[in-house]
Design a protein around this ligand. Sequence first.
Ligand SMILES: NC(=O)c1ccc[n+]([C@@H]2O[C@H](COP(=O)([O-])OP(=O)(O)OC[C@H]3O[C@@H](n4cnc5c(N)ncnc54)[C@H](OP(=O)(O)O)[C@@H]3O)[C@@H](O)[C@H]2O)c1
Length: 294
Amino acid sequence: MSGYQTFAVAGAGDIGRFIIQELLNHVSDGSVETVVALTRTSSGYDELKEQGAVFKTVDYSSHSNLVAALQGIDVVISSLSGPALSVQIPLADAAKEAGVKHFVPCEYGNPSGGKTYGIFGIKNRVRLHLLDIGLPYSQYYTGPWSDWFFNGDHAEFGFDIPNGKTILRGSGNVPISWTARVDVARYIVYVLTHLSPTELKSKPFAIEGERSTINQIIEEYEARSGKKLEITYESTEFLEKQVKEHPDDFENGFIRMLFLEWERGEGTTGTSEDVNKYWPEFNPRKVVDIILSP
Ligand SMILES: NC(=O)c1ccc[n+]([C@@H]2O[C@H](COP(=O)([O-])OP(=O)(O)OC[C@H]3O[C@@H](n4cnc5c(N)ncnc54)[C@H](OP(=O)(O)O)[C@@H]3O)[C@@H](O)[C@H]2O)c1
């Protein structure tokens, strides 16, 4: 057992709200004592507040404000949006001063280790800063979130399943680790409450709901749903050209770059032996089950 029982989650967005919910799920079994959510406004979030989450309004540019908000907290879990990743540096400094014992920086995607470009560069800077200030951390590589990519709300990434369309970027034949957000949250909370501080200290954890290629997912979806997807193709050469010519553009420099990473085999979170290693009973959800669930 880690002994960590008081948690603050910075950002209650796409992934943060799942982590807050999972922490709340463990208050009744005694493994979690306090769940604080840090946001800039704290309005809304009624469902989480009703279950006991304490929302604190913070100003990320005020060190004293952050230190005050983090009093009595064992673990800070950062779930801030991509454009806000640099805010983790003052957040980590405040956590250190407030006596926080462990920090989870924003990862939740492809492994960032050693990469210097785009959001990976910022993620690595944050990790190095945590090492510098001596605040133990753990990172969580999750691969793409299966319930987020395929739910139709992010069609710019290419998967518009509700409308029967998909853009197949690259070969679609390279294995990727897909994980649903509810399982990302379950694994993180399990690890943070069950492993000892030494086991947790300053390393990445690989989470994987299912390892499959985009073509395998499309094939299984079509077979099980009885629906044919209309597929548009973008070659690897096209992706490379677009990323090179428009590195700062969201669709080219970020989305197509992500697909190129997958094509290079960087969409898996770890070796088969490493993924989900610290919770053998994890039992995460499968991609097509999620797509087909109501
Ligand atoms: N694997 C995947 O499929 C996948 C998909 C999407 C994202 N991600 C990763 O997951 C991480 C979290 O992303 P997300 O989509 O969960 O984030 P999000 O929902 O877009 O944002 C999370 C929170 O960040 C806060 N925020 C936004 N701008 C801010 C700013 N300038 N300063 C301070 N706080 C700010 C907001 O909280 P308040 O307004 O309440 O303060 C927001 O609720 C990112 O690192 C991203 O790379 C992974």
